[in-house]
Write a protein that binds this ligand. Structure first.
Ligand code: X90
Length: 279
């Protein structure tokens, strides 16, 4: 029963304890350079470079053989990917899972389409770990993650949607709303796994008020919260403080976003994965 959890690098997880884990990197590509979203990437330096870079910039997702390499050696694989609606990562993982089962007698591989990214993926990975450590079988872990996933959510605040629009991940009309200085778009990952804008906020304080309100409206009652940010530790901490004031026992962590989320969510962004009260 050798389990392994794999996720693509949009989960922001570099290292993970207690259960074998591997992150499969996406890549950020400019005309001059390719940034591999792995532990060697200096995210802050990349974000700085991107400020002044000229020409087209984009990303690429892992391919089937990169997923197969990550699965190698495990009997039971769970792979958590960024939403299949915005990236080919999930499709590559699904194909790798099928090939892995075909070529490894008795092995199981299951792909969890997060329909989201960032901190919500971290919650899914942590839940998989907890079930594996509790001694569940492959089928039990799979049933459990499918149920849990219905009770996790993602909210985010973006100061710019330029990279998302340039790469066709949101419509230019949506991106335009965020083009105004001082405006943040607060949005969520829709049920279909697309970017759904909810509010236009002026300033960080208004954004934080809105974020907390939206969390409460989605059933947050003090569960787990996984916050990531791109060069905006201050707002991430302020959000944590506000949530703890309402729900002192919430389990809240903060981490910098790694390459992929930093590229698309951009400087100043805050992304929040959280559980509702039914999780
Ligand atoms: O090249 C690729 O295959 C990767 C493409 C990823 C595109 C979207 C990344 C979004 C990152 C932005 C804010 C949260 C949006 C959540 C929508 C489900 C983060």
């Amino acid at each position: 029963m050798k389990f392994k959890i794999v996720s693509d690098s949009s989960s922001n997880i570099r290292e993970f304890a207690d259960v074998p884990f591997e992150s499969v990197p996406l890549k950020i590509i400019t005309e001059e350079k390719e940034y591999v979203d792995d532990a060697a990437l200096d995210v802050t330096a990349m974000v700085e470079d991107l400020r002044t870079v000229k020409g087209k910039t984009g990303t690429s997702c892992p391919n089937v053989s990169e997923y197969l390499d990550a699965f190698e050696g495990a009997e039971n694989v769970f792979a958590v990917t960024i939403t299949s609606n915005l990236s080919g990562s999930c499709a590559a993982a699904i194909q790798a899972a099928a090939e892995y089962e075909e070529t490894h007698a008795g092995a199981h591989a299951y792909v969890v389409d997060s329909l989201s990214t960032g901190g919500e993926m971290r919650l899914l990975v942590e839940h998989l770990r907890d079930r594996i450590l509790a001694g569940d079988t492959f089928e039990q872990v799979r049933a459990s993650i499918q149920k849990y996933q219905k009770h996790t959510h993602l909210l985010f605040s973006l100061q710019s949607l330029a990279n998302l629009a340039r790469n066709g991940r949101v419509s230019p009309a949506v991106a335009k709303i965020a083009g105004v200085l001082g405006i943040r778009i607060v949005g969520t990952a829709s049920e279909e796994g697309t970017l759904q804008p909810l509010h236009k906020c002026r300033g960080e304080k208004k954004m934080l008020d809105t974020m907390v309100e939206e969390m409460l409206g989605r059933g947050f009652k003090g569960g787990k919260v996984r916050i990531s940010h791109c060069l905006n530790l201050e707002s991430a901490q302020e959000l944590k403080t506000r949530l703890l004031a309402k729900f002192p026992t919430s389990d809240i962590s903060i981490e910098p976003s790694t390459g992929l989320c930093s590229f698309y969510a951009e400087r100043g962004s805050v992304m929040v994965g959280f559980e509702d009260s039914l999780a």
